[in-house]
Design a protein around this ligand. Sequence first.
Ligand code: ADP
Ligand code: MG
Length: 496
Amino acid sequence: MESMSTVMAPLATAEQLAKYEAVIGLEVHVQLGTNSKIFSTAPNAFGEAPNTLVTPLCVGMPGTLPVLNKGVVEFAVRVGLALNCEIRPVSIFARKNYFYPDLPKGYQISQYDQPTAEHGWIEVPLDGGQKRIGITRAHLEEDAGKSIHEGFKDSSKYSYVDLNRCGAPLVEIVSEPDIRTADEAYAYLTELKLALQFAGVSSCDMEKGQLRCDANVSVRPVGQEKFGTKAEIKNLNSFRFVKLALEYEIARQVGLIEAGGQVVQETRLYNSTTGETVSMRSKEHAHDYRYFPEPDLLPLKISKAWLDEITASMPELPAAKRKRFVEDYGLREYDAQVLTLTKELSDYFEVAAQVSSNPKTTVNWVTGELQGALNTAGKDITESPVSASQLGELVSLIEKGEISGKLAKEIFAKMMETGHSAPAIMEREGLKQISDTGELERILDDVLAKNPAQVEQYRGGKTAVIGFLVGQAMKASRGQANPQMVNELLRKKLEA
Ligand code: ADP
Ligand code: MG
């Protein structure tokens, strides 16, 4: 049967798109960062020589039996808690049967109808608000190996199998079809990744395949309640590609319907070179996984006591941290969001803010001067030569009026270079702020003598010119004059 989906229809116009609404649900696989694999003692690592991180179990030798890694279960519970899920007291492992060269057993151990975590949600920050996206479930499973194809352009063709990843612990996180636009999908993924990183379960490095996403999308006329037929898009290896693929797919489906066709349920692949999605297999060719309970593993029981213990050990998650930063430190939403982009950055900020006692000025220094300097140096916040308390100390010196903002920047540059504290640098370089009245008067007398025209203007009523004279005095003192004292003394002299 020739399906209409294979018939070319033009992509929808903006006008056509406006008549439809997309419905999106995401399936995200996250590799858990435990030391060993889910059912064996093999190291759970990336980047090693092929087929070196394997036990007989990993390669599917007959007679081997899986032993569940308790650490993996704890991580899965943490995932569930981070996503506000209910944790099932009993969950069941199931066999998902399919054949593939990188799956030597011929089945994957997964969970099916009784997953470890279910019925959760996350609050996703969107422009001008928040949106709650439901989490259907987060279930545990083992990863498969990797097939590597080489030389297909030549006459010789080689395919290799690397089983290092076989049995790496995964959670699959399935969202409710609550997402409505490609931008919302992007925001959901960003928040999900952040929550998992804060929960300490995974680095979520997409380049290492630690986070992988499949996107399900359908469209329906605005106002219609019933969902349309969905397509599942695979092969999305960045959040940007998820967004681009969804935008393309929504336009394809609407275009198809508007041309009189019908969307068919199928799996599609995203081609990042052409920016298009192409059909991979239709529903008729969908796998029948013949799920059944895994006979080699007991039901997984999580006691109330253990669950309480894990709950108590959960760190503060990004949403809660943002809220606290706004409420306790009086930060703007935007600043709170920037500061919680990584746990390390938010920790840095908090230490610096506590030392400086001025959170708002501290935000400006952390997100401005510090991050700028770190970017230039190609360094991460964890590698910052200036420690959080050193930055806090610098900010407190500005706040106490001991150094001007301009001088602080000079001192900061030297702190970045040497890793020394602000007081140490000021001592060594004689960079103390000049607050001595006698010395300031000498500087001011000199400035006034050199700028008679401005002095006359001031005395003639154009008092705004004082700004220029203050600037000259600061320059003459190499930024070291106490600006407040300069202002006061100058005014006295001009009005004398
Ligand atoms: P399948 O059995 O095909 O894997 P599921 O019901 O398990 O489908 O859903 C998989 C994902 O697809 C979930 O994230 C879900 O929210 C999403 N989804 C389900 N139905 C639709 C739909 N009509 N349009 C878009 N996404 C959908
Ligand atoms: Mg699935």
